[in-house]
Design a binder for this molecule. Structure first.
Ligand SMILES: Cc1ncc(COP(=O)(O)O)c(C=O)c1O
Length: 485
């Protein structure tokens, strides 16, 4: 908003200053408890007198929007949380008119509410913060700062922190994979690991084979990079169908395959080890690199962690990507690629795009892994995810229409639901968002816009009556859509 300095009366001006503040609060830019801009600062910013701002602030105080703390300034009142909740509701209002679905818009809707505490978080695959080892990471960060204070403030160039790369490489020993720390490249989350891998092994116009359904960010990357996706059907238990992939390889020039082989997103499927071996052999024979995304590999419900495809390679053509985002701290953005023969080119891409990476989170993660806390934390986390997934599955089975089908994953923390035909998942998403419940519509997991009556449900949050109520509501809304359709 711009406030004209030539406006004729102070009354007019202070009204507009109040309005400016109200807009900031309604949009959530200023939240309850936040300090409001100082009188002097706002008067300079809006080019009005201090007394005009002061008048506006007095009025906002009378309205209960601001309160004054002596010798400290003005603060947004803690009791106006409802204003920001309304902002969410407004953004997600239901249109009864048919409309073209724009994917960018859908992503924005899903991610804009991912961290909104007023929305029940069934949408983005984001784990609850209370399940993350917050204290352990604080201690590890403090140790990192004490041990390596200079390094923490300095540039850290690719391939990244050597201590962290060693700790990551060590974790592959029990999986029977000898990883050279020099071939581990630290990235900003698994997202960047996937992007750099694709950049390294493909050129604009190339064809990339993906699972169907597949993790939507892979489809977005493919689209943004000017690549073409060929979708290969995936089995809810065993993942990508190898015969179908072979046919695709025989009939088109595929330049890369991307897959989440362990606890895929959204199916939760795990490719059996014998299939992984066959997959790698097939791709080596055809000279096609495999980008395996193993972000969920540590989150197995059974005793045994599933193998990674890299274990079966002979030619170094598997790029293994992963991160600690689903296990330790998504905010630290620590991901990696084991790039082997693609190492140098991948590092060039990394240098070209981001030059260096955050030093302190890497040093902290290295400390955390070295302390042995990660393994203990994983035991608790896997138990929590298993119980949350089981409860959610049970409850959804109870409240959803009887023909609904639900996956039964043995790891990770998402469920994939096939709703009765005729239930439009996007409509369901909009109706649920009106009630402050998020979910992800199935269409996002396909380049060809399949899965219109499918949804993905995040089970990354501990069970509570709030979650239970939201599941009940989801059931009611689905029944309503079914009978309306
Ligand atoms: C399969 C898969 N790969 C990658 C990512 C992105 O991970 P990160 O947050 O580490 O970038 C996600 C996040 O949902 C995911 O589900």
């Amino acid at each position: 908003m711009t406030v004209s300095a030539t406006a004729s009366s102070d009354g007019f001006l202070y009204d507009r200053v109040s309005q400016h503040l109200l807009e900031l609060v309604a949009a959530g830019t200023l939240k309850p408890g936040d300090r409001a801009p100082s009188l002097r600062g706002l008067s300079r910013q809006l080019n009005v007198s201090i007394s005009t701002v002061s008048q506006a602030y007095n009025r906002l105080q009378d309205m209960g929007v601001l309160r004054v703390k002596p010798q400290s300034g003005y603060y947004v009142d803690g009791s106006i949380a409802a204003t920001s909740a309304q902002a969410v509701q407004r953004r997600t209002s239901v249109s009864r008119q048919p409309r073209k679905v724009r994917f960018g818009e859908l992503f924005e809707e899903i991610f804009s509410v991912a961290n909104d505490p007023s929305v029940v978080p069934f949408g983005a695959a984001v784990p609850a913060v209370e399940l993350m080892p917050v204290k352990g990471m604080v201690r590890a960060t403090q140790r990192a700062l004490t041990r390596r204070p200079e390094q923490a403030v300095n540039y850290c160039f690719p391939p990244g922190d050597v201590e962290l790369r060693r700790e990551i490489a060590r974790r592959y020993v029990p999986l029977g994979v000898a990883v050279d720390p020099d071939n581990v490249i630290i990235t900003s989350g698994c997202s960047e690991a996937l992007a750099l891998s694709l950049q390294t092994v493909t050129r604009r116009g190339d064809i990339v084979a993906v699972e169907s359904p597949t993790y939507f960010s892979v489809l977005r990357l493919i689209e943004r990079m000017g690549l073409l996706a060929v979708e290969i059907d995936s089995d809810p238990q065993t993942g990508i169908c190898l015969d179908a992939l072979q046919t695709a390889i025989d009939t088109m020039e595929i330049k890369a395959v991307v897959g989440v082989l362990n606890f895929s997103n959204p199916l939760g499927s795990v490719m059996p080890d014998s299939h992984k071996e066959r997959l790698v052999a097939m791709l080596e024979q055809a000279g096609i690199p495999l980008i395996e995304d193993d972000i969920y590999g540590d989150l197995h419900f059974g005793e045994q962690r599933p193998a990674i495809a890299k274990r079966y390679e002979r030619k170094g053509q598997v790029l293994t990507c992963a991160s600690f985002s689903k296990t330790v701290a998504p905010g630290y953005r620590i991901g990696w690629v084991i790039a082997d023969r693609y190492r140098d080119e991948l590092i060039e891409w990394k240098q070209a795009t981001s030059s260096a990476m955050c030093s302190l989170p890497q040093a902290a993660m290295a400390e955390y892994l070295r302390s042995g806390e990660y393994e203990r934390h994983l035991v608790r986390l896997r138990n929590a995810y298993r119980s949350q997934v089981e409860k959610m599955r049970f409850m959804l089975g109870r409240v959803m229409p009887p023909t609904t089908r639900i996956t039964n994953p043995q790891g990770g923390f998402v469920l994939w639901l096939e709703l009765p035909r005729g239930v439009d998942a996007i409509e369901l998403m909009h109706r649920a968002l009106q009630e402050h419940i998020s979910l992800t519509p199935g269409m996002l997991f396909s380049a060809t816009r399949k899965f219109r009556n499918f949804i993905r449900i995040n089970c990354g949050h501990p069970w509570s009556s709030r979650i239970e109520d939201a599941v009940e509501r989801l059931g009611v809304l689905t029944h309503e859509l079914l009978s309306a359709g």
